[in-house]
Design a protein around this ligand. Structure first.
Ligand SMILES: *[C@@H]1O[C@H](CO)[C@@H](O)[C@H](O)[C@H]1NC(C)=O
Ligand SMILES: *[C@@H]1O[C@H](CO)[C@@H](O)[C@H](O)[C@H]1NC(C)=O
Ligand SMILES: *[C@@H]1O[C@H](CO)[C@@H](O)[C@H](O)[C@H]1NC(C)=O
Ligand SMILES: *[C@@H]1O[C@H](CO)[C@@H](O)[C@H](O)[C@H]1NC(C)=O
Ligand SMILES: *[C@@H]1O[C@H](CO)[C@@H](O)[C@H](O)[C@H]1NC(C)=O
Ligand SMILES: *[C@@H]1O[C@H](CO)[C@@H](O)[C@H](O)[C@H]1NC(C)=O
Length: 337
């Protein structure tokens, strides 16, 4: 009975000590930033030896008072995490526990205290993880933030294999190819610059390295994409021979060369070319010229139009013969009358 009474007294004393002890535990921290919450009432907090340290009135460095902070706000809420405890049940916040060696509530492994130290938030298990605060995302990966309740890369960063990398600009400095990865087909060169892969060139948006055109008609966004085809330029997103310069594409030598018109000297069939625009043609245009005896002349199915000197399809209805036929009918009719 006496032993029980002593135990009871001890328990009572223990409880009363606990109750009387100021609920003013030090606030643990990893870096100065963790203590910034304390800066309103307390001067220049820094992280010293794992706890937030503040200057007191005598300019002495002391552990910052979480009580002081508590009085600023609602005590009950603020003291959820880091408040004094003996057992886990003393810690009310979800996923908190009593760290007995410190007699302080703390968040379980895999959880971080919310900024207001009210609750323990789950550490993100990767990008896209649901979150309410940045620190959940930052606990697993740098350069992340909580946006629309999801962990994402911060602005100016992009994801490669679940990791956020800085968007290096085209021709800009890079540390690794992942930083150039947001530009299609780009990589980080030995000189640590984002450039397009071999045989590709950057497009106008600076976000795509597109393959160099191999032949006339291939896609392009600038003349540079057409550089493999001599004298070609980018017109209507297609590599074309500069028609204004009177050139055409010679498939046989994959080059743009000057047109040789009907009657002009030539060496090869491909030298001779009658521009498409001369003959209101359809898309499947056939060049009607050939090199015959070193002179460009009309192919078999064509004949030379005497007025313009160009080749016209022999069998096709043409303006002149139709007019001639028409007039002969009309005149003939008149004549008959
Ligand atoms: C701050 O608190 C910790 C833990 O209670 C203690 O070890 C440390 O000596 C304290 N520091 C100061 C400057 O009071
Ligand atoms: C704590 O967890 C319970 C059960 O999961 C949940 O119903 C409650 O809303 C949580 N409380 C807070 C403050 O998150
Ligand atoms: C309790 O706190 C101490 C001192 O900060 C720390 O070293 C220890 O890891 C904590 N215990 C647990 C289970 O987190
Ligand atoms: C992004 O993360 C890297 C790696 O941790 C770090 O070196 C860099 O400073 C961070 N950049 C920014 C803008 O936070
Ligand atoms: C960074 O790259 C990503 C992926 O292409 C893009 O969505 C984002 O807009 C870029 N951000 C900036 C600031 O350039
Ligand atoms: C092509 O068509 C236009 C009108 O459609 C006409 O004015 C022009 O004479 C035609 N050119 C040739 C070579 O037939």
């Amino acid at each position: 009975m006496r032993r029980f009474l002593i135990l009871f007294v001890i328990l009572l004393i223990d409880r009363s000590i606990d109750a009387q002890q100021p609920i003013d535990p030090p606030v643990p921290c990893a870096k100065d930033q963790d203590c910034s919450e304390l800066s309103k009432n307390q001067k220049n907090p820094t992280c010293k030896g794992g706890f937030c340290a503040c200057l007191d009135d005598q300019q002495q460095l002391r552990n910052c008072s979480s009580l002081q902070r508590a009085s600023q706000q609602e005590k009950a809420i603020v003291s959820q995490i880091y408040h004094r405890c003996k057992l886990d049940v003393d810690c009310n916040a979800n996923n908190s526990f009593c760290n007995i060696s410190r007699s302080q509530c703390d968040c379980k492994k895999g959880y971080v205290p919310s900024t207001k130290k009210e609750q323990c938030l789950e550490v993100a298990r990767g990008l896209s993880f649901p979150c309410t605060e940045d620190k959940q995302c930052l606990a697993v990966q740098a350069n992340t933030t909580c946006q629309n309740m999801q962990c994402v890369c911060i602005n100016g960063y992009h994801v490669v294999d679940n990791v956020c990398y800085r968007n290096a600009s085209y021709n800009g400095i890079c540390a690794r190819s992942e930083e150039c990865n947001h530009i299609n087909n780009a990589y980080c060169t030995d000189k640590k610059i984002c450039e397009c892969a071999k045989d590709t060139k950057i497009d106008n948006t600076l976000t795509n390295c597109i393959p160099l055109a191999q032949t006339i008609g291939d896609y392009c966004t600038s003349d540079a994409h057409c550089k493999k085809i001599e004298d070609s330029i980018c017109v209507d997103s297609k590599c074309q021979c500069a028609e204004g310069e009177g050139k055409h594409f010679a498939k046989e030598i994959t080059k743009c060369i000057y047109n040789r018109a009907n009657g002009e000297p030539c060496e090869h069939d491909y030298d001779c070319y009658q521009p498409r625009s001369d003959t209101n043609s359809t898309d499947d245009y056939v060049n009607p010229l050939q090199c015959l005896g070193s002179i460009c002349s009309c192919q078999d199915d064509y004949r030379t139009d005497n007025e313009k000197g160009i080749c016209m399809r022999a069998g096709s209805p043409m303006v002149v013969p139709v007019l001639m036929i028409l007039s002969s009918i009309v005149c003939g009719g008149l004549y008959l009358q």
